[in-house]
Design a protein. Sequence first.
Length: 496
Amino acid sequence: MTGIEKAFAGVKALDKVDFRLFPGEVHSLMGENGAGKSTLIKVLTGAYSHDAGAIELRGERESFASPLDAQRGGISAVYQEVNLCPNLSVAENISIGREPRRLGAVRWRAVRKRAKEALARVNVDIDVSKQLSSYSIAVQQMVAIARAIDIKADVLILDEPSSSLDQEEVEQLFGVMRTLKERGIAIVFISHFLDQIYEISDRITVLRNGKLVGEWPTAELPRVELVSKMLGRELQTLEALEHRPKGGEAGGVPVLAAHQLGRGSAVAPFDLAIHRGEVVGLAGLLGSGRTELARLLFGADRPDSGHIEIQGHTTNVRNPRVATAHKLAFCPENRRTEGLVEELTVRENIILALQAQRGWLRPIPRRRQDELVEKWIKALDIRPADPDRTVGTLSGGNQQKVLLARWLITEPLLIILDEPTRGIDVGAKTEVQRLVRKLCDDGMSVLFVSAELEEVLRLSDKIEVLRDRKVIAELANDDDVTVETIVHTIAETDAA
């Protein structure tokens, strides 16, 4: 790709960007949210037409009119948000648009056989006749990768493919990527996990504000330099974030307390207390019950045992409406399907929870809307700072900030953050982490859920460790607790 330019409404998303990719390499594309990574990929895959520049594939000039056109040319992409059809079977998803037919009729036995073979290449053994939605997001992500590989592409684009995978599944994915490299497939790898970038990548290209910063062999670009180049300024790395939380008002009445709260096989009965100004972290492997616990506390799921106390009073949090009425807030893991309304503007998304609290018969005056939205756009540095921009057009990190703004505007006592830094860049991740500590300093309580143990350790006053849908330990975050401590706690066998 040479001299690629792309503008939206007069704003340049890409400005003379060059990008090259060789057979049999993993090339990481890096940059903050809004740097132009997604736009560059969409130009390459035919989702967007470019305004200037040229694309060459195998030495021949190409111009793809659609993603299907790019697939036929040998370019396949797997995106962070799984873009498959959850109402269809796994087999149908893998072969959709390319079903083997005889006399016009789909050969379903061949479809299922093909799906099994494609999944075997990524070491996944599941029932391909079952509906895709019956499987976890991690399995759905592996199905998307299997489909992309099945297209027999020369270029494979993986956009945050590991964001929903646990460590074992990441290693499985990397094994597949190394095999594909050996076959000469060129892989574009986009990830915000620096450890993964340095483990699997051969080269790195950095974009910033729609422009090319440069290209380097991975071994020749230290991590601190990479972060600095992405942000365009010197930055203390995430590890340098002010550490060891001071703790909340542990001696007072908890803001929220759960007593033997549980729900069938989703999460075993547990006790939990969160005090004013305290960050409580949830640590555990994928599928350990972190999200299920968070949903119970917010009333998104109904418990079948135990009860909740809010500020010392037993409260039946039977649904999210009751939770918000008691000043609880929840930013869900899947911001796209459970958090934001992508068709609405930034303004409309931000005021949504506050307007729901007031009721639709008492609309927030437009002047007050403008004041509140402007305040939080500025406070969270939402880019672009345009309240009338459709939220679906924002980068993942900025969408996350809009979701945070929606709840912070309600001034909650407790905010539940389920994977708030998933799929966002290093700079935005640091901003979110610092915001969490500031909120607690101001007296707000936070339940913080993250797959990154370092992040949980960095932010939490105490840590609830989960395994197999059970809370198995509570660790006070003192100087003796390390990531290794948490890992060993998760790995320990039951005393029985």
